[in-house]
Ligand binder design. Sequence first.
Ligand SMILES: Cc1cc2nc3c(=O)[nH]c(=O)nc-3n(C[C@H](O)[C@H](O)[C@H](O)COP(=O)(O)O)c2cc1C
Length: 186
Amino acid sequence: MIIEVIEQRRNIKEFTEDEISEDSVNYLLNAAIWAPNHRKTEPWRFIVIPKNSKMRIKLANHIKDWNFKNAASKDKKVKIQIAEKEKVKILNAPALIYVYYIQDSNPEVDKENYSAVSCAIQNLMLAAHEIGIGVGWSTGKVCKANVETLIGAEPDWEIAGALFLGKPKIQPEGKRKPINECTIWH
Ligand SMILES: Cc1cc2nc3c(=O)[nH]c(=O)nc-3n(C[C@H](O)[C@H](O)[C@H](O)COP(=O)(O)O)c2cc1C
């Protein structure tokens, strides 16, 4: 039942070492592109960074350097620790996908494109959950670290997030407020 998949999907940050196959990634990207999109702009763009690829290693080093330079702490030891931790996170993710959407000079279309790409990500996450794959959606350091040129994103693409994928180590508990707290029903 789709409602079970919707309710049970959680944002996953810890993964087992199980591999995620290229076929699985393609299966999930196919789920993503069937999202609704106004004016049929199909604004989503995906960049897959396979585990152990040269690009994954380059990206991990780039993120490490960025974190070292941009760490809030001034303590060199702490900065090194943070940078290493972020590097390991990138290297270890069984699958990693950057998701962008095409920006539009018309603010209305731009908003629609961001909405559409968010729907695409949700499609991907639900399809993943159904086949036992967890997804962590991040808009954190992994996105802020100016990775565009390195990974080949076009200048008119705006980042929607980085998706970490793998078999979940644990199933976190979900929590939502009751619908009457967010609904006006006349
Ligand atoms: C646009 C967006 C950005 C997010 N960015 C992050 C992030 O940077 N780091 C993170 O840990 N979770 C991030 N998340 C996941 C949310 O924290 C997560 O969905 C929320 O805690 C609810 O948990 P659930 O998805 O398991 O129900 C993001 C979610 C969305 C929709």
